[in-house]
Ligand binder design. Structure first.
Ligand code: FAD
Length: 240
């Protein structure tokens, strides 16, 4: 990658996708193939569970009945959990104006510096560069947004230290909330064995990969099939 990094590792096991497009197409596919019903902008306030089914209460007083509920509400899952299992952080990213294709680093690799704070770098189809990291150990949205200007400067400086030959003109910048767990692993499965409310919480930096694993594990739980991954990702695993 033309980076002078002692003991850096290179592998070909990572992938990149447009998460928004991916999610929309996945929903469309199941709408057409499996009559999936989608209720957008419908906040679930409460989940009641009994022996044979679950009842969800929405903010406008409607109810949804179902056999199982999968809570995949990202970092807002706390309201459905009896105990806090994640730490909420703030994270920052900048995106450049398109650069000359010839200037992009080899293979459009996904670059990750595992320092504290970490730094990651990616490319987009239209030859923009995304640089992110600079996490802060708090969640307050006002405090988080106030820091954005400073973080833009820090990320630009860190980028130009690695690639002084690439002119990085920041065209977009954003910050967001990010969750992590004490042992760095996601949570999936019921809070306690036999519950009909199941969680798919891909906390950590690999949420998209973890979500795929959660889909398989939760399907197995519903079909009453054993899945040994629950020992690693379930709520009753030993944690740090
Ligand atoms: C800056 C940043 C960079 C990241 N980079 C990567 C990466 O490189 N690779 C990777 O794998 N992951 C990455 N992640 C993590 C990844 O984005 C998340 O793990 C993933 O998006 C989580 O998806 P989700 O569907 O579980 O939750 P979300 O995408 O958070 O979706 C939850 C949904 O639930 C809805 N919801 C919440 N509460 C309720 C309620 N009460 N009723 C109804 N609906 C509700 C929300 O509106 C939302 O639509 C990154 C995250 C951030 C912030």
């Amino acid at each position: 990658q033309n980076i002078d990094g002692i003991a850096a590792l290179q592998n070909d096991t990572s992938a990149q996708m447009d998460a928004y497009k991916g999610a929309i197409n996945l929903l469309k596919y199941h709408q057409e193939k499996h009559q999936l019903q989608i209720f957008t902008h419908t906040k679930v306030e409460k989940i009641d569970e009994n022996k044979n089914n679950c009842e969800l209460l929405t903010e406008h007083g409607h109810t949804i009945s179902c056999k199982y509920v999968i809570v995949a509400t990202g970092f807002e899952a706390g309201q459905f959990l009896p105990k806090k299992v994640m730490n909420l952080l703030s994270t920052y990213a900048i995106c450049s104006a398109p650069i000359d294709k010839k200037m992009v680093w080899p293979n459009r690799s996904l670059i990750w510096e595992t320092a504290e704070p970490y730094l990651y770098m990616r490319t987009t189809k239209d030859n923009r560069l995304i640089v992110g990291g600079e996490d802060e150990d708090f969640q307050n949205p006002d405090k988080r947004d106030d820091l954005l200007r400073t973080k833009i400067k820090t990320l630009e400086r860190k980028f130009s230290r690695l690639y002084p030959e690439i002119e990085f003109n920041t065209e977009m910048a954003w910050c967001g909330t990010f969750s992590s767990t004490n042992d760095g692993l996601p949570y999936m499965g019921p809070w306690k064995k036999g519950d009909r409310t199941l969680f798919a919480l891909g906390y950590g930096g690999n949420g998209i990969t973890f979500s795929m694993v959660a889909a398989q594990v939760l399907k197995n739980i519903i079909l009453n099939q054993k899945d040994s991954r629950l020992e690693t990702f379930g709520f009753d695993r030993p944690t740090k």
